[in-house]
Design a protein. Structure first.
Length: 422
């Protein structure tokens, strides 16, 4: 191995995933890869091992094997690394083996990080937060037709308000920024007197275009029909409007593969030519309405950081909630899959929580590796388990005639259905 790990055991067997040469996400994946896993905090000790079991079963059912390498972040890392919640061992393992998965992490008070999850994304330059949102058959939903939801949200991970460029009210720094804005830049009347917090919202051409490229490439590879830029450019003309502008500029590089909305395509009664992707944009507040009223008209969304946070959670609510919402952070030839939900410390170790979100995050990881057959087995087995109505408490309380089972029993049911399907 290229890195000497101090407190992490590298599997004695297994092969490294290598970077290919064709494009940013091209990987050379062996049939026995080494994959780092972070169980995470709180219920991570429940959902992490459950996810391992299911993904290993899917790998073995398709003639492969995953060699798991446990690494640490958060509370478990603090114990092993003398208070360091994000040790270099962990970062180095993800960089070296390129494909990894993690459970939920909680940032301790006074840790030096605003958010441990955000820190991982920034340090590793995992600039695209990818969140597929789709309905699993049988999952209770608050809407009449949850099956209409089938979107993939590409949320920019490194810029916008989440860049963390802000100053606290009452500090000399914020007063200096305020004076600069009013006196040097000539912006008058925009800020009230008295205590004020100030944040800066950077959106760059570079950050926008590499995200949009990820979204368009995904749409083309997966035969998706449209990519929609979601922004608040009617108000924020030099940041959010620029996001859409730069997105359209990047789309032009694809030539005939891209059709901008309001072109000849509309005259063809909505028939998109084979292999083409329609590019359009929507204002963010209107889009939050459209995901409810015109759900099935949207496919892949490319979104700045803050809008993406709101939008992905709103969409997840339509198909069952954050408890089953998967996600992954992707850079160039690197992925860190993670569930959307938090660490839920009050349920830790009770063997009762639903592991579906982390398992489905693992499904994204398998797809990124090119193991689409294994990924399909995972989704099919989860739906079959839900159809059996032997489910964890969160589903059981919303379903008629369901039987409540533990995390372990639910996981074993999924594993058996994978094994029985081949």
């Amino acid at each position: 191995m290229s890195y000497k790990y101090e407190k992490v055991e590298v599997p004695s067997s297994g092969s490294r995933i290598e970077k290919g040469k064709d494009n940013a996400d091209d990987l050379i994946v062996p049939d026995d890869p080494i994959i780092p896993i972070i169980y995470g905090d709180g219920i991570g000790v429940d959902v992490g091992p459950a996810t391992q079991q299911v993904l290993q079963a899917a790998a073995e059912a398709t003639g492969r094997k995953i060699n798991w390498m446990e690494v640490h972040a958060g509370e478990s890392a603090s114990e092993l690394y003398d208070g360091n919640i994000l040790p270099e061992d962990t970062l180095a393992a993800i960089r070296e083996f390129r494909v990894a998965i993690k459970g939920p992490l909680t940032t301790p008070v006074g840790s030096g990080f605003r958010s441990l999850n955000v820190a991982l994304r920034k340090i590793l330059d995992l600039y695209a937060c990818v969140r597929p949102v789709y309905h699993l058959k049988g999952v209770p939903s608050p809407v009449k037709h949850p099956e209409k939801m089938d979107m993939v949200i590409f949320r920019e991970n490194t810029e916008d308000i989440y860049a963390g460029i802000e100053w606290e009210a009452g500090t000399p720094e914020v007063e200096k920024i305020k004076r600069f804005i009013e006196e040097e830049m000539g912006v008058k009347g925009a800020m009230h007197e008295g205590p004020i917090g100030i944040g800066i919202k950077p959106i760059t051409e570079f950050g926008t275009k590499r995200l949009v490229k990820k979204a368009i490439d995904y749409a083309i590879e997966r035969n998706r029909k449209s990519v929609t830029f979601v922004h608040k450019g009617n108000i924020m003309k030099y940041t959010e409007a620029a996001f859409a502008k730069w997105g359209y500029e990047l789309a032009e590089e694809y030539g005939d593969q891209i059709i901008a909305e309001n072109t000849l395509w509309e005259e063809r009664e909505g028939e998109v030519p084979e292999g083409s992707v329609v590019i359009n944009d929507r204002i963010a507040d209107n889009m939050l309405q459209q995901v409810l009223t015109r759900t099935d008209e949207y496919d892949v969304l490319a979104v700045p950081n803050l809008n993406g946070d709101y939008l992905s959670d709103a969409c997840a609510a339509q198909v069952g909630g954050l408890g089953i919402a998967p996600g992954a952070n992707i850079g160039d030839g690197m992925i860190l899959a993670e569930p959307t939900h938090g660490s839920a410390p009050k349920y830790v170790g009770q063997n009762k929580v639903n592991p579906t979100a982390m398992i489905l995050s693992g499904r994204i990881m398998l797809e990124y590796m090119g193991w689409h057959d294994a990924a399909d087995l995972v989704k099919d087995a989860i739906e079959a388990q839900i159809a059996s109505k032997e489910v964890t408490y969160d589903f059981e309380r919303q379903m008629t005639g369901a039987t409540k089972v533990s995390t372990t029993e639910y996981t074993e049911g999924i594993v058996k259905k994978i094994q029985d399907s081949v």
